[in-house]
Design a protein around this ligand. Structure first.
Ligand code: GLU
Length: 447
């Protein structure tokens, strides 16, 4: 396999699909050496098969807004790879959603799900629907219209969507209600991220953020350092940032920045319990403004419009919002400000130039597919509980999540250790994730 050759073919076949091509290239660069030591991979054309999704559904979603006007959006589900299990991955509702974005996310999902060591294939979906400023009734009608199309293609043993940007517990509730009515069965494993009481798992809302901080804790320990007193900058203030802020604060670190599309809130004393709770209120308001934090906690949260979280001096930087949200310039500013660790929590949150800058400066950098895998892992645990008709307690789920994150960390070290003893977490995650999928594909024949 030659990365350049494969990329040239893909660029010709999928022109303009920038995010998809970016995600594929990152993986290919990491695995090239290992891949070429396995002639059986080349013979079975594992890479040529893996980069193309099994199938993509595109559908029209028509709904009626509160003014009585008819609205039409585009919905998608990318069923990428099922070598390890039924397709699994979130649904994203955001105006920028398109095929390239969902293909990049679905591709990442294959490796992330593989890292969890659970039987999960990779998929992703969503719609170019913007939840900002929408009423509850509009969200419900949109979710119902979306499910009219999607329901036939999902199911616990077929494809199990969950939340992602713009899709949280409320949306999963509306989606599941519609699914249940259309499918005429209470098949709880068909969607994850359900609320506790009707099939949801305790700790699922916290899982992505908790898992990320469990991973960061290991990165810090690796350098014989400790979490206590560390200053952490997080971007976003949604579900993922909320879970990360909760766990980081519990471990004695100080969350000194949160950001939104409108700017950054600096928190010189760190976030406290009240602020963490207020993040949920801000998210539920669907205003999408971090300034609300400064208005609520004057003096404790200082808002600067137009700035990113990366302008705030910190020891640990964790992008938690959107892909490519950290540029090379942002990375250079963080390095100049003495950042010690960077862990992507958002999928592909850092631009390639940012990653290269951290690696060149010797700042440990871990990629989203490893750091944020706790979310989908806990979705896997939710499916297990649904299948067994049982509910685990919060400490039981948390302990399993913690173990999964520790195992992922260990695999990244095993596959990412370099000759000088340092760890390339990007290579580690990509190679470890790839090997499990490739071996499963080989075993299952040319299909
Ligand atoms: N959207 C989340 C992710 O990117 C969660 C997916 C899931 O739970 O299926 O991994």
């Amino acid at each position: 396999m030659e990365v350049k050759k494969i990329m040239a073919q893909l660029e010709a076949k999928h022109p303009g699909e920038k995010e998809y091509l970016q995600a594929v290239e990152e993986v290919l660069v990491s695995i090239e050496g290992v891949y070429n030591q396995h002639p059986e991979f080349e013979k079975a054309k594992i890479i040529e098969r893996l980069v193309e999704p099994d199938r993509i559904f595109t559908f029209r979603v028509t709904w009626v807004d509160d003014k009585g006007e008819v609205q039409t959006n585009l919905g998608y589900r990318v069923q990428y790879n099922a070598a390890l299990g039924a397709y699994k991955g979130g649904l994203r509702f955001h105006p920028a959603v398109n095929v390239s974005m969902l293909k990049f996310l679905g591709f990442e999902q294959i490796f992330k799900n593989s890292l969890t060591n659970l039987p999960l294939g990779g998929g992703k979906g969503g719609a170019d629907f913007d939840p900002t400023g929408k009423s509850d009734a509009e969200i419900m009608r949109f979710c119902q219209a979306f499910m009219y199309e999607l329901w036939r293609n999902i199911g616990a043993d077929q494809d199990s969507p969950a939340g992602d940007v713009g899709v949280g517990g409320r949306e999963i509730g509306y989606l599941y209600g519609a699914y249940k009515k259309l499918a005429r069965e209470h098949s709880t494993g068909a969607l994850t991220g359900k609320s506790y009481g009707w099939g949801g798992s305790l700790i699922r809302p916290e899982a992505t953020g908790f898992g990320a901080i469990y991973y960061v804790e290991r990165m810090v320990k690796q350098q014989n350092d400790k979490m206590e007193g560390k200053k952490i900058a997080l971007s976003g203030f949604g579900n993922v940032a909320w879970g990360a802020a909760t766990k980081a604060t519990e471990l004695g670190a100080k969350v000194v920045a949160l950001s939104g599309p409108d700017g950054v809130c600096e928190l010189p004393e760190g976030v406290n319990r009240e602020m963490i709770d207020y993040m949920l209120v801000m998210r539920d308001s669907r205003r999408n403004k971090v300034q609300d934090m400064a208005d609520k906690f004057p003096g404790k949260a200082i808002f600067t419009p137009g700035k990113k979280a990366w302008s705030v001096k910190c020891d640990i930087a964790c992008p938690c919002a959107f892909q490519n949200e950290m540029s090379e310039e942002d990375a250079k500013q963080l390095i100049a400000n003495g950042v010690k660790y960077v862990a992507e929590v958002s999928n592909m949150g850092c631009q390639p130039g940012a990653i290269a800058a951290f690696q060149a400066a010797g700042v440990p950098f871990a990629p989203g597919k490893a750091v944020n895998a706790g979310g989908v892992a806990t979705s896997g645990l939710e499916i297990c509980q649904n299948a067994g008709h049982i509910n685990w307690t919060a400490p039981e789920v948390d302990a399993k999540l913690h173990k999964i994150m520790n195992d992922i960390y260990d695999m990244c070290v095993q596959y990412g250790k370099q000759a000088d003893g340092s760890i390339n977490y990007v290579n580690g995650a990509n190679i470890a994730g790839f090997m499990r999928v490739a071996n499963a594909m080989l075993a299952q024949g040319i299909i």
